[in-house]
Ligand binder design. Sequence first.
Ligand code: OOG
Ligand code: NI
Length: 468
Amino acid sequence: MKSGTFTSSDVIRAAFSAAMSSMYRTEVPAYGTLMALVAEVNTKTLAASPALRDQLQETDTLDRISEERHGAIRVGTPEELSMLRRVFAVMGMYPVGYYDLSEAGVPVHSTAFRPVSDDALKVNPFRVFTSLLRLDLIGDTTLRRKARAVLNARQIFTTKAIALVEKAEAEGGLNSDDASTFVSEILETFRWHDQASVSGALYKRLHDAHRLIADVVSFKGPHINHLTPRTLDIDAVQDLMPEHGISPKAVIEGPPTRACPILLRQTSFKALEENVSFQNANGEWETGTHTARFGEIEQRGVALTPKGRALYDRLLNDTRKIIRPAADGSNAKAYIAALSDTFKAFPDNWADIRRESLGYFRYSVVESTGNSRLTSRDASDIDTLIAMGAVRFDPIVYEDFLPVSAAGIFQSNLGDEASQKFVASPSQREFEKDLGTPVLDEFAHYAGLEQASIDQCLQTLRPAALAS
Ligand code: OOG
Ligand code: NI
């Protein structure tokens, strides 16, 4: 069969993720320090908890536990976004979810390109949070026009990269030579450029409108702005960062520390001020600075149902009504205390989270039970099967993002002064039109995984019951 000669999209994604990691470590040395710290904490955490080690052994590749889970980029035009969709498809990454960041004062809307099936996630889970700048939210029409012209004039993909995407689409895949060329060509799109493509004066105007607008418009391409490894103990890494000469953001985003982790917790080190240069009208280069790139870590928990998510959102809002974390960290302790207190209303054991339909679970048959005891009536009801010990359930890990956390990460890199207000205007339809396809609904996806695991259990146990 012809497809036998193609390199699997999962393998291409793994190579891409490794190439991005090594490029970013070279470009941002503090990120290499963070990676080393994460690996150290993960090793310690695993040594201290054999139960965790066993559980991860089942579902993850332990030797790659500290590798990157995601990165993020910001693009400027619908054409760039839709070409990225085609690029990511070659690597088995598809758009999941819609995130409106305008709500939080950031003029972008976003999706995450990620592997979707369990098998693909297991080979390599790398995903890219991808934002599209919303020039329509810039009030100054002259500036908007200028920004659009700059963006329309750039080409963020190499000629070879485009040709290989077309080839993969036409033939259904890439052979191994093409796959490695593809990875190195695509890397070019995400590389840092220290020479801006706008003048210092225009940069300043863009920057005054919003720092993020300057970041997207002023450079030749959508440099990767952070990479994020997975930590098994985010509180420990947060505490250890200063000792390693890295300055973390004030508080960890997302839910508080819990026995049963939910959704996603994230923290980052602040973006670095880096030297860049701008060409003036005489063609001379002038030095300046730009702040965009940072490092982040994440810890993931169970995916929540719409009901669980509504409870999470309400509790987070309630906390923020009492206290908002200040960027300088001055009220961090009080914020963490308020957060933990408010979240007491969210059940913190798996049985209750399941019973109250707050989270999604994967069900599986317990091999050792004497399934012959089952009657066909028992075998048609999952709750009975669980009560009898014939079926077990494990949390399905949340593989997506959180708009409030994302906004917190954006904000910590923009500084307090930049929390400019934009009118919240979610525009999923517009985004999907620009993307060229609808995004996958994350809730429907998790619900489908859960249901499939239930069906599988019932199917396996029914013959046992009928035979009795
Ligand atoms: C993306 C921020 C969102 C996350 O982990 O929530 C994100 C950005 O700063 O471009 O990566
Ligand atoms: Ni991130």
